[in-house]
Design a protein around this ligand. Structure first.
Ligand SMILES: Nc1ncnc2c1ncn2[C@@H]1O[C@H](COP(=O)(O)OP(=O)(O)OP(=O)(O)O)[C@@H](O)[C@H]1O
Ligand SMILES: [Mg+2]
Length: 490
């Protein structure tokens, strides 16, 4: 169905009042023009500034009808029906007399009867008028339409600057995907800004565009937009998780999944502290090339006491509008630990489970947890997450890679170090602990005024008692628990 079909359907039912909530006034007017033309109906436009004018024929505007009361009195006795577009009429709906006048027009048994369309950013219909009114929702542009708008903006820029703006097809697709969920006007504005800042449209524009879109959609919710995603290359190990994501990337990004395949919904990453769960969650967004939104349960509970469910629902709806995106819930067990029956976290869990089961937008949920005992069993049931991955302490090979990644990152090329020996000495260390060892030894070397050497790292490792030693029992329990319920991430 198109907007025009929707409108024609409403017109055919002879509903006297139509509420059109939109920030795209000109688009709404254009739509009514087409419907009026097709139906051979007179079309009028009213605003408090210009009064009443006729859109489908030459006729001098009637400024004397700028007063809403006079306009309604005029429509009430008018002959010939037609559609009256009332622009920004909603402030007058506060007045009981205005409401009554509208009601009398709506109840008038004239043929042909006039139709009044109230067009504005928000058109709250008073109860008295609800039965005689319908709502028309303008559809947001789909991916193809968004793509066309971006192409138009690129062409317009090219014409103005006498040079062609080259945009690669994959970039166009990614931009179009990322700007869906916005009105045509907003898409145009954001695309124009992205072109104008540097006269180009590339992958580099994606994060800023996603953030600008998030700012348009979000109204101070408990979601945060994480500019910093990670690349899978920043994550050592977790080979199975990486392969799993790799295999699903194209299906996740497809407009609709190929026949027989379900769209990927999300994963739960369970595991040992510091083993890279949060890092991997961020890298999921990097792997899919989509924005990363983080839902913080602590904020949800603290900031909006008593309104937690509504805020969660709003946050989830915003995530839907940002789709395709990754929604990251870190340490999910902390927000859902079971309290007394009917307590807030039970209801939050209910809201979340319902959303997980019913959502249709491509929002990929990545949740992390390390305390399995406080995880509500409902969350682990088959079908909630596509997969539950267990993130264990890194094996020797992976530890070597973690050293390499963090040495490289700090300007210490990996080639200068005996990675295998370091990995052997870091048996039982988590990724976080290895990173800490690199940081601490760099300080030591800096203090001494010498270059970082294997010996510094080995000394640092020898000084550290990894958590896996201090918490051996807990980790053993976690592994046993995970063996039966999860898939290894590496
Ligand atoms: N596999 C890894 N590859 C590269 N770096 C890693 C890896 N694992 C951990 N790190 C480093 O350790 C830091 C901390 O890890 P992260 O916060 O992801 O662990 P976590 O499993 O979420 O821990 P926690 O359970 O404490 O939340 C990461 O930001 C990263 O720098
Ligand atoms: Mg973490």
């Amino acid at each position: 169905m198109t907007d025009l079909k929707d409108l024609e359907l409403i017109l055919r039912t002879r509903t006297p009042l139509i509420a059109v909530e939109t920030r795209e006034e000109s688009r709404a007017i254009a739509l009514f023009r087409r419907a009026a033309l097709a139906g051979g109906l007179p079309l009028y436009r009213w605003s408090a500034v210009d009064g009443l004018s006729r859109l489908d024929a030459e006729q001098a505007p009637q400024r004397s009808l700028a007063e809403p009361d006079r306009l309604l009195a005029h429509v009430r006795v008018s002959q010939g029906g037609g559609i009256y577009l009332l622009l920004d009429f909603h402030p007058y709906l506060d007045d009981p007399l205005t409401i009554r006048r509208l009601r009398e027009i709506a109840q008038r048994e004239a043929t042909p009867a006039p139709t009044l369309a109230l067009i504005g950013p928000s058109v709250p219909m008073p109860d008295e008028l609800r039965d005689s009114s319908a709502r028309l929702e303008l559809r947001l542009p789909d991916q193809a339409a968004v793509r066309t708008i971006i192409e138009e903006e690129a062409a317009a820029w090219g014409q103005r600057h006498q040079r062609r703006l080259q945009v690669r097809g994959v970039v166009l697709d990614a931009l179009a995907r990322n700007l869906m969920g916005l009105t045509a006007n907003d898409v145009r504005r954001l695309a124009r800004n992205a072109i104008h800042d540097d006269g180009a449209l590339t992958e580099a524009d994606l994060p800023a565009l996603a953030e600008a879109k998030y700012r348009l959609l979000d109204s101070g919710s408990v979601l945060s937009f994480e500019l910093e995603t990670a690349r899978m290359a920043d994550v050592a190990g977790l080979a199975r998780l990486k392969a799993w994501l790799d295999m699903r990337r194209s299906v996740f990004l497809a407009d609709s999944p190929p026949p027989g395949l379900d769209a990927p919904k999300g994963v739960l990453l369970l595991g040992v502290q510091g083993a890279g769960k949060s890092l991997a969650a961020k890298a999921c967004a990097g792997a899919f090339g989509v924005p990363l939104l983080r839902l913080d349960f602590a904020t949800l509970y603290n900031k909006f006491y008593g309104e937690t469910e509504r805020n969660l629902r709003e946050a989830l709806a915003t995530a839907g509008q940002m789709a395709p995106c990754v929604l990251w819930i870190d340490e999910i067990e902390k927000g859902l630990a079971s309290d007394s029956e009917g307590g807030p976290s039970r209801r939050i869990l209910g809201t979340l489970l319902t959303w997980m089961a019913e959502r249709e937008d491509p929002v990929f949920l990545v949740a992390t947890a390390n305390d399995v005992e406080s995880l509500p069993p409902e969350l682990l049931r088959k079908g909630r997450f596509d997969e539950i991955f267990f993130v264990d302490l890194p094996a020797a090979q992976v530890r070597a890679e973690i050293f390499a990644i963090h040495l490289d990152k700090r300007g210490q090329p990996r080639e200068g170090f005996a990675l295998d020996a370091l990995a052997a000495a870091a048996d039982g260390f988590s990724g976080a602990e290895i990173e800490q060892a690199v940081v601490a030894s760099l300080y030591a070397a800096h203090a001494r005024g010498t270059a970082l050497a294997d010996a510094d790292l080995l000394a640092e490792l020898a000084r550290t008692r990894p958590l896996s030693v201090l918490m051996a029992e807990k980790i053993a329990y976690l592994r046993a628990w995970a063996a039966a319920r999860t898939v290894p991430a590496d």
